[in-house]
Design a binder for this molecule. Structure first.
Ligand code: DAH
Length: 339
C-alpha cells in the first residue's frame, strides 16, 4: 500500500495541467469522491493496526499535495487573460446614466441665452446683503414696508445685514463699479419671509436686467422685452405693458405675455384673461443712477426683473411651486434640456 501511495504521489507530481479541462481531469482522478485519495481512505480500514500510523501519514501527504497543486493551478487559470474566462474587450461598456437638469436651471440658462445673444453680459452678487444695496440705493423710502421684518429675513437687524429680497441689488453693485455703457443680466436666489404654499416660497430665483447708456429709451425697453417674450414663448407671443410703481424705476410697468396655452382666447391658466404677468420693468430712476455714481443728466437706462419659477411654471404647467424645492427625482426626471 505504501508503494501504491508513493507511486500516486509521483503521478500527481508529473501530471501536467495547462488548461481548465486538464485541471478538472486532475480533480476527478485524485480528489473527487471516487478519486484515488478517497479510494485509499476506503482501503485504510483493511490496513493492519501496526501499519495504520505510517500509511495514514502517507495518504495525508498525498492528499495535501494534490489539493495544493489543484488550488494553485486553479488560481492561475482563473486569473489568466486567455481561454473561456477571458475579458471580452469588444463588449459595449456599461453606460453611465445621465441625470437631467433642474427645470429652474433649464429656464435660467434659456433666459441667459436669449439676453447673451443681444449682447448682455451675466454677473452675480452676494445673497447676504446690506440695506444700502437692497433698499436705500434703490430709492426705497425709510418707512417702506419691504424693510419690515415681516417681509425680509434679517441676519443682523442692528447693522442692517439681510438676505436680499430681490436681485435688483446687483444692479446697484454693477453701477457702483462700472461706468456706462452697461448691458447685463443678474440671475440669482432671493429670499422673502413668506408662508410656504403652492404659490409662494421663502426662497426663489430671479433674473434682473439692466441697460444704461446715452439715449436709452422706453422704446428700447419695449423692443428688448418683446424679443425676449417671442424667443421664450414662441414667435406668435404678444406683450402688453401696464403702468405700475417701483421705487427704483420711473416710469414703471408690469409686462404681460399673451397666454401661450390658449393663444390669448382665455383658459384656466390665464384665468380667462388671455394674458399672463411675467415681469416688472421701467426706466431707471435718476435718483438710483446718482446714488450709484452715474451722471443722470448724461445717461438713462432701463431695468427689468422676472421670477424664474413663474416662467418655468408657465412653460411646464407646474402648478405647485413647492415641487421645485423637494428634489423628488420622479418630478425632476421629466425635464430634459438642450442646455
Ligand atoms: N425687484 C422687483 C421685484 O423683486 C422686480 C423688478 C421690477 C425689477 C421692476 C426691476 C424693475 O428692475 O425695473 O419684484
Amino acid at each position: 500500500m505504501i508503494d501504491k501511495i508513493k507511486e500516486l504521489l509521483k503521478e500527481t507530481e508529473a501530471f501536467s495541467i495547462k488548461t481548465g479541462e486538464e485541471l478538472e481531469q486532475f480533480r476527478l482522478k485524485y480528489l473527487s469522491k471516487k478519486g484515488e485519495v478517497s479510494l485509499l481512505f476506503n482501503d485504510f480500514k483493511n490496513v493492519p493496526a501496526e501499519l495504520k500510523k505510517e500509511v495514514g501519514l502517507e495518504i495525508n501527504k498525498l492528499k495535501q499535495f494534490a489539493q495544493e497543486k489543484f488550488d494553485s493551478f486553479k488560481e492561475q487559470l482563473d486569473d489568466a487573460p486567455t481561454g473561456t474566462n477571458s475579458l471580452d474587450l469588444t463588449r459595449p461598456g456599461e453606460p453611465l446614466e445621465l441625470g437631467s437638469r433642474h427645470p429652474i436651471s433649464i429656464v435660467r440658462n434659456e433666459i441667459i441665452g436669449i439676453f447673451s445673444r443681444l449682447g448682455f453680459t451675466v454677473a452675480e452678487g452676494p445673497e447676504i446683503e446690506d440695506d444700502w444695496h437692497v433698499f436705500s440705493a434703490l430709492n426705497f423710502p425709510p418707512e417702506h414696508p419691504a424693510r419690515d421684518m415681516q417681509d425680509t429675513f434679517f441676519i443682523d437687524k442692528e447693522n442692517e445685514i439681510l438676505l436680499r429680497t430681490h436681485t435688483s441689488s446687483v444692479q446697484v453693485r454693477m453701477m457702483e463699479k462700472t461706468q456706462p455703457p452697461i448691458r447685463s443680466i443678474f440671475p440669482g436666489r432671493v429670499f422673502r419671509n413668506e408662508a410656504i404654499s403652492y404659490r409662494a416660497h421663502c426662497i426663489f430665483h430671479q433674473v434682473e436686467g439692466l441697460y444704461v447708456d446715452e439715449n436709452v429709451s422706453f422704446a428700447d425697453l419695449k423692443q428688448t422685452l418683446l424679443h425676449f417674450a417671442k424667443e421664450m414663448f414662441g414667435e406668435k407671443t404678444q406683450i402688453r405693458l401696464r403702468p405700475s410703481y417701483f421705487p427704483f424705476t420711473e416710469p414703471s410697468a408690469e409686462m404681460d405675455v399673451s397666454c401661450s396655452i390658449c393663444g390669448g382666447k382665455g383658459c384656466n391658466v390665464c384665468k380667462q384673461t388671455g394674458w399672463l404677468e411675467i415681469l416688472g420693468c421701467g426706466m431707471v430712476d435718476p435718483n438710483v443712477l446718482e446714488s450709484c455714481g452715474i451722471d443722470s443728466e448724461k445717461y438713462t437706462g432701463f431695468a427689468f426683473g422676472m421670477g424664474i419659477e413663474r416662467i418655468a411654471m408657465l412653460k411646464y404647467q407646474v402648478k405647485d411651486l413647492r415641487l421645485y424645492f423637494e428634489n423628488d427625482v420622479r418630478f425632476l426626471r421629466q425635464f430634459k434640456a438642450a442646455y
